[in-house]
Design a protein around this ligand. Structure first.
Ligand code: UGA
Length: 481
């Protein structure tokens, strides 16, 4: 197949490289000349594990090339994927970019070609799309074309794998009277082993939205449950493990902490709340998901305040800035709101993230934020350490030595990513989310380890997953609950 992908951002670039990997001939087009130049030179505009290699392989095999907007590349394509931006930068949708893109692409497409929309758009716009597109065709004196949607379910940080080995492929039919659009897309995805689901385009848009709303709801649910765990003195890890063995529940997306960020989940929850309100069918559930998510950021700040007593004059180290590890994306990153709140309270906030782009972006976005280029520079002399993003390297820090390099050994773990046992043995006060029971159980061991001067074990790099460790519950250190 000959495919052209319009828009080379997080979604389009992965689509272009992935489709080329399956042996199709792909041209990736973007209006940003610098981006196209960089891609031609082998430089990636985003940090996404495995993407650079996938792009290089596609280019080397002669299956992938990049171009500025080109009517020839569009005219030659059998399938045109559109993956342009749809956010208005203010938490809302905008369709101006895609309308502009369609106005220039659609008249140039061959009569045999299929249009496949990959951008995430309001279901209402997806519903109108066949008319929008074929009105452009008519005006240009051209025959109607199949109008399909093909939502993406890839996660930043694992987008390449998610694309190449998806759980499912969803093909949304907008206008496809002879089934040509469906058969073109089936050919594109013929190497995929996952189920290919064909449905109406509006259903496809709601499948995408529904999946993200459900994931967001799971996270807010876990955050509510963590609050209960702290209040009752229970351990969220054990509770979630116990729940997740029920196949109806599953264990994914139940990790509590500072909540979800990124360009997708927060935006889609907020837009659903806003639009359902406007349509006269308000959604109290999704409104609560949003409220809980924002409260988590506040709880994190409160826990730091409680740990240091008074923010004013204190020095807080923030570990991580991106909304999740393995990306350089700062969109809706909880770190930005957290850093601003701490600075507003009078703290000096020194942050480190492994991604240089995230460091410079955060310094620009948050007035007064100090960013440094290694974790120890942030940590030394801190009155409290706040873990915001669970980058692997934070689990491997020499926590035993760090305990004596900080002004006060307190850590607020906003992702429940560190091992409290190791940290407490190193002399840290550990504050997590929903881990009060675990801390209570660990306290006697930590005291014993500290008394014997035992070397602190290295904390886990991954979010702690542990078996049952029970000690005699004693008065807990403040858990921040
Ligand atoms: C999300 C969806 O997971 C993808 O399936 C979807 O394709 C994508 O949005 C999109 O609409 O384009 P993404 O935003 O890249 O992907 O990242 P996620 O892995 O979903 O994480 C979102 C946020 O939730 C992160 O801040 C993460 O730290 C947080 N999270 C995740 C939790 O707080 N707890 C969890 O248990 C899981």
């Amino acid at each position: 197949m000959r495919a052209t992908v319009i828009g080379l951002g997080y979604v389009g670039l992965v689509t272009a490289a992935g489709v080329a990997e399956w042996g199709h001939d792909v041209v990736g087009i973007d209006g940003d000349e610098r981006r196209v130049r960089a891609l031609k030179a082998g430089r990636m505009p985003i940090h996404e594990p495995g993407l650079q290699d996938l792009v290089a392989a596609g280019v080397a095999a002669g299956k992938l090339r990049f171009s500025a907007p080109s009517a020839t590349a569009i005219a030659a394509a059998q399938v045109v994927f559109v993956a342009v931006g749809t956010h208005d930068g203010n938490g809302g949708w905008q369709t101006a970019t895609i309308r502009r893109a369609l106005a220039s692409i659609v008249p140039a497409m061959s009569d045999d070609a299929t249009l496949a929309i990959r951008s995430t758009l309001p279901p209402d716009f997806i519903r109108q799309l066949p008319w929008v597109v074929n009105a452009i065709r008519q005006e240009a004196g051209r025959r109607p074309i199949p109008v399909m949607s093909n939502p993406e379910f890839t996660r930043e940080g694992s987008a390449v794998r998610d694309f190449l080995e998806p759980d499912r492929v969803v093909i949304g039919v907008g206008h496809d009277p002879h089934g040509r659009g469906e058969s073109m897309l089936r050919k594109v995805y013929r190497r995929v082993e996952a189920p290919v689901l064909v449905m109406g385009a509006t259903d496809a848009a709601l499948t995408k939205l529904g999946a993200n709303l459900f994931l967001a709801t799971k996270i807010s649910f876990a955050n509510e449950l963590a609050q209960l765990c702290d209040a009752y003195g229970a351990d969220i890890n054990d509770v979630v493990a116990g729940m997740s063995h029920d196949s109806r529940i599953g264990g994914g997306f139940l990790r509590p902490g500072i909540g979800f960020g990124g360009s997708c989940l927060p935006h889609q929850v907020a837009m659903t709340v806003r639009e359902s309100e406007e349509m006269g069918t308000p959604s109290p559930l999704f409104a609560a998901v949003e409220t809980v998510n924002h409260r988590q950021r506040e709880l994190f700040v409160e826990r730091i305040v409680r740990a240091v007593g008074d923010l004013s004059g204190s020095r807080i180290a923030l570990l991580g800035l991106t909304f999740k590890p393995d990306t350089d994306d700062l969109r809706e990153a909880p770190a930005l709101e957290i850093a601003s709140a701490l600075i507003a309270g009078g703290a000096t906030v020194v942050a480190y993230d492994p991604m240089p782009k995230a460091r410079s972006g955060a310094a620009e976005a948050v007035a007064g934020l100090i960013v440094v280029d290694n974790a120890m520079k942030a940590i030394v002399g801190a009155d409290a350490i706040g873990l915001v993003t669970e980058w692997k390297e934070f689990g491997q820090l020499p926590w035993g030595a760090i305990a004596s390099a900080v002004a006060r050994p307190v850590i607020v773990d906003g992702r429940n990513a560190l091992d409290p046992e190791a940290l407490m043995a190193a002399g840290f006060e550990y504050i997590g989310f929903g881990r009060a029971g675990e801390i209570q159980a660990l306290a006697p061991r930590a005291v014993a380890a500290a008394a014997s001067g035992a070397e602190a074990p290295t904390p886990d790099a991954e979010p702690a997953r542990r078996g049952s460790r029970r000690g005699t519950p004693i008065q807990a250190k403040p858990s921040g609950a």
